[in-house]
Design a protein around this ligand. Structure first.
Ligand SMILES: C[S@@+](CC[C@H](N)C(=O)[O-])C[C@H]1O[C@@H](n2cnc3c(N)ncnc32)[C@H](O)[C@@H]1O
Length: 262
């Protein structure tokens, strides 16, 4: 074969860069329909006040139950973090198994309902490091729920976590905040943290969210530099609720995200 004079290494580099920028362009166009959608904290408060909380489940989430062994990986007494926790009954389920739970939720009504509906007494105290924030602590179980904006929370408030259950959180924050969100989540992970993440795939042209569409390609760009990401489960999840939003197809994906070992 004749030598073209164009080094193979350079050709590979150019092709890789072209593929990467093509991938980035694809991702940007996939995300475009919801990119500018903003849901203010006050709108979440209104939903709670009006009991428009169709996202709440009265039972332990099936995907958490199915994959709990992979999250625990043989560990006991794990510190779990629940970003945007609502009043998820999963928190009690884990605390009953001897794990501890820290959640963050903006709406006080959600936090109070969590304790009251689960027949748990609690105390409340201010959080000096976050003006206006309060922490609600279960008296019988190791559950502390911070009432504040997630972005004012950090590892300096409650340390790092050995596990994170993210259901209705990455998919609920405003799409433009995803990089900030991922940086916060990574900063909250211990080296052996196992982060279970629930995402939704659907045609974002048909519904404005939340929950928002979060494609797997974006998970790589958000977490892939510092973490390994494994798709554990992918399941059709269309119900009448989502048909009512105008969707014709919905896939729920469960990922296990683990910090790369150095
Ligand atoms: C879709 S719900 C999911 C709740 C819970 N994870 C579940 O699965 O039932 C999202 C929750 O996040 C809360 N929220 C939204 N934005 C927040 C923020 N920036 N900081 C703290 N909480 C927030 C809302 O009040 C709401 O309860």
């Amino acid at each position: 074969m004749r030598d073209s004079g164009f080094p193979l290494k350079v050709l590979r580099l150019v092709l890789c860069q072209a593929a990467a920028s093509c991938g980035q362009a694809n991702l940007t166009s996939m995300l475009a329909p919801q990119a500018d959608r903003v849901m203010a904290l006050g709108e979440w408060e209104e939903r709670w006040q009006e009991d428009r909380i169709g996202f709440h489940q009265h039972h332990v989430h099936k995907m958490l139950e199915s994959h709990i062994d992979k999250v625990l990986a043989g560990r006991t007494g794990v510190r779990f973090f629940f970003p945007l926790c609502g009043k998820a009954v999963d928190m009690k389920w884990l605390a009953d198994m001897g794990h501890s739970v820290v959640g963050v939720e903006i709406c006080e009504k959600a936090i109070k309902q969590f304790f009251e509906e689960n027949n748990m007494t609690y105390s409340e105290e201010p959080v000096p490091a976050i003006p206006g924030a309060k922490v609600y602590k279960g008296s019988e179980r190791n559950i502390s729920l911070y009432q504040c904006d997630l972005y004012s929370f950090s590892s300096s408030i409650a340390g790092q976590f050995g596990a994170i259950w993210d259901r209705g959180s990455l998919v609920a924050i405003n799409p433009r905040d995803r990089e900030k969100y991922a940086a916060l989540i990574i900063s909250l992970m211990t080296k052996d943290c196992r982060y279970l993440l629930d995402t939704m795939l659907y045609n974002p042209e048909l519904y404005q969210g939340p929950p928002f569409f979060v494609p797997d390609e974006q998970l790589s760009s958000l977490f892939g530099n510092s973490c390994d990401i494994k798709l554990l489960h992918s399941v059709g999840a269309l119900t009448d609720r989502q048909r009512g939003w105008g969707l014709d197809d919905l896939t729920e994906n469960i990922h296990l995200i683990i910090p790369k070992s150095i």
